[in-house]
Design a binder for this molecule. Structure first.
Ligand code: ADP
Ligand code: MN
Ligand code: MN
Ligand code: MN
Ligand code: MN
Length: 377
C-alpha cells in the first residue's frame, strides 16, 4: 500500500498544501555538509557565473574549470535557458553569458571564483536586459573626465513569510528614532547578516566602504565605492548577489523595494555620490554647480530610470524631496541633490544624488549621470 502511486488529485492537493503552509528546515552548514566540503577539488576550480535576469534580480550557475583563470579572457562564453528567466522565448531560448569581471568566492573559498557576466542573444546582439553593454560605451566615451561613484545601498531584511525581520507578529515596533545606527537589543534587527555580508564583500574583492543600521527597524545600508566608471555597476551587482546568498543561509529574505513598509517608515534608496576629476580638484565646486544645473534640466528623464515604485518613496517626507520637484542644497537631506558640508568647505569633492531608489539598475543610473553632466546638455 505504501508504494502505491498516489492518485493525481491527491498528489496535487498535497503539493499545494505543502508549498503554502509547511516549510522544510533550512539545510545549511550542517556537519553532514561540512564533511563533503572538506573533500579536495583535485585541482579543479568552480566558477559561479552571475547575471541579471529580466526581473532586475541575480541568477547564477556553476561550471568546472581545469585551472584558475588569470583574467576574464581565459573564461569561456557560456549560455543558459533564457526562457526560464524572462530573457528569451522558448523557441529561441539560448542566451549567452560573456564574462565581465572576476571576484573571489567567499562561499566555496580557495581558488573558486564568482564571474559577473552580461547577456547576449544568439545573433550576437545584447539581450534586452543587458544595460551594461551601453553603460560601457558611455563610460569609455567620457573616460577622460574620470567619473567616480559611491552608492549607498539600502535594503530591508524579511523573514521567510515576507514580514520585516524581527517585527512583532501582531502589531508594530516602536516608532522610528532609536534604530538609525542603533546599538543594543530592541534597536537592531539581524546584525549577523550584515556582518557576514560585509566580510564576504571584503573577501570577494567588492569595494564595500561601510555599513550602518537605517532609520526603520530591520532596514540597513552598505556603501560601495568610490568606484570608477563601469566598476560601480559591476561591484554593486556583485554585492547584491553576495547579500542574497548570505541571507539565504540565515533563512532571511532581502527586499530591495523602495517602500517595503507603507506608513510612517522611511523608504529605501540608493543615494548615488558622484564626482569627476575636475570636481575633485581645487575649485571643483564650480564644476559641481555646473553639473547640478544640467541635472535640473533633465529631472524627469533621470526619474524615469531611478527605480520602480520610487513615487512611493519620493514624497517630500522622510528625508526626500517630492518626485515632481528638483532642488539642491548644502547638507540638505530634503533636497534632490545634497552637497556635503565638508565638500562646500573644501570647495571641491563630490555631490550626492538622493533620488535613486534601492531597486535601481546601477548601469542605467551611472550612465545617465555621466551623460547629463559630461555631455552637452
Ligand atoms: P551619507 O552621509 O549620505 O550617509 P555615506 O558615508 O553613506 O554618506 O556614503 C558616502 C559615499 O560617497 C561612499 O560610498 C563613498 O565611497 C562615496 N564617495 C566619497 N568620495 C567620493 C568621490 N569623490 N566621488 C564619488 N563618491 C565618493
Ligand atoms: Mn538542463
Ligand atoms: Mn549613508
Ligand atoms: Mn541611508
Ligand atoms: Mn546618503
Amino acid at each position: 500500500l505504501f508504494f502505491q502511486k498516489p492518485a493525481p488529485r491527491s498528489f496535487s492537493f498535497s503539493l499545494s498544501f505543502s508549498l503554502s503552509t509547511m516549510s522544510d528546515p533550512v539545510l545549511s552548514n550542517t556537519s553532514t555538509l561540512k564533511k563533503y566540503l572538506e573533500l579536495p577539488q583535485q585541482g579543479h576550480v568552480m566558477a559561479e557565473y552571475v547575471w541579471i535576469d529580466a526581473f532586475n534580480e541575480v541568477r547564477a550557475k556553476t561550471t568546472t574549470l581545469d585551472e584558475k583563470p588569470k583574467s576574464v579572457e581565459d573564461l569561456k562564453e557560456w549560455n543558459f535557458d533564457g526562457s526560464s528567466t524572462g530573457q528569451a522565448l522558448g523557441c529561441d531560448s539560448d542566451v549567452y553569458l560573456r564574462p565581465c569581471a572576476i571576484f573571489k568566492d567567499p562561499f566555496r573559498r580557495g581558488d573558486n571564483i564568482l564571474v559577473l557576466a552580461d547577456c547576449y542573444n544568439s545573433d550576437g546582439s545584447p539581450n534586452k536586459t543587458n544595460t551594461r553593454h551601453d553603460c560601457v560605451k558611455v563610460m569609455s566615451q567620457y573616460a577622460s573626465q574620470k567619473p567616480w561613484f559611491g552608492i549607498e545601498q539600502e535594503y530591508t531584511l524579511l523573514n521567510e513569510s515576507g514580514s520585516p525581520y524581527g517585527w512583532p507578529k501582531n502589531g508594530y515596533p516602536g516608532s522610528q528614532g532609536p534604530y538609525y545606527c542603533g546599538v543594543g537589543t530592541g534597536k537592531v534587527y539581524g546584525r549577523d547578516v550584515v556582518e557576514a555580508h560585509y566580510r564576504a564583500c571584503l573577501y570577494a574583492g567588492v569595494m564595500i566602504s561601510g555599513i550602518n543600521a537605517e532609520v526603520a527597524p530591520s532596514q540597513w545600508e552598505y556603501q560601495v565605492g568610490p568606484c570608477s566608471g563601469i566598476e560601480m555597476g559591476d561591484h554593486l551587482w556583485m554585492s547584491r548577489y553576495l547579500l542574497c546568498r548570505v541571507a539565504e543561509e540565515f533563512g532571511i529574505k532581502i527586499s530591495f523595494h523602495p517602500k517595503q513598509m507603507l506608513g510612517d517608515w522611511n523608504g529605501a534608496g540608493c543615494h548615488t555620490n558622484y564626482s569627476t576629476e575636475e570636481m575633485r580638484n581645487p575649485g571643483g565646486i564650480n564644476a559641481i554647480n555646473a553639473a547640478i544645473a544640467k541635472l535640473a534640466k533633465r529631472h524627469l528623464e533621470h526619474i524615469a530610470v531611478y527605480g520602480e515604485d520610487n513615487d512611493l518613496r519620493l514624497i517630500g517626507k522622510f528625508e526626500t524631496n517630492h518626485i515632481s520637484r528638483f532642488s539642491y542644497g548644502v547638507a540638505d537631506r530634503a533636497a534632490s541633490i545634497r552637497i556635503p558640508r565638508s565638500v562646500f568647505k573644501a570647495q571641491c569633492g563630490y555631490f550626492e544624488d538622493r533620488r535613486p531608489a534601492s531597486n535601481i539598475d546601477p548601469y542605467l543610473v551611472t550612465s545617465i549621470i555621466v551623460e547629463t553632466t559630461c555631455g552637452n546638455f
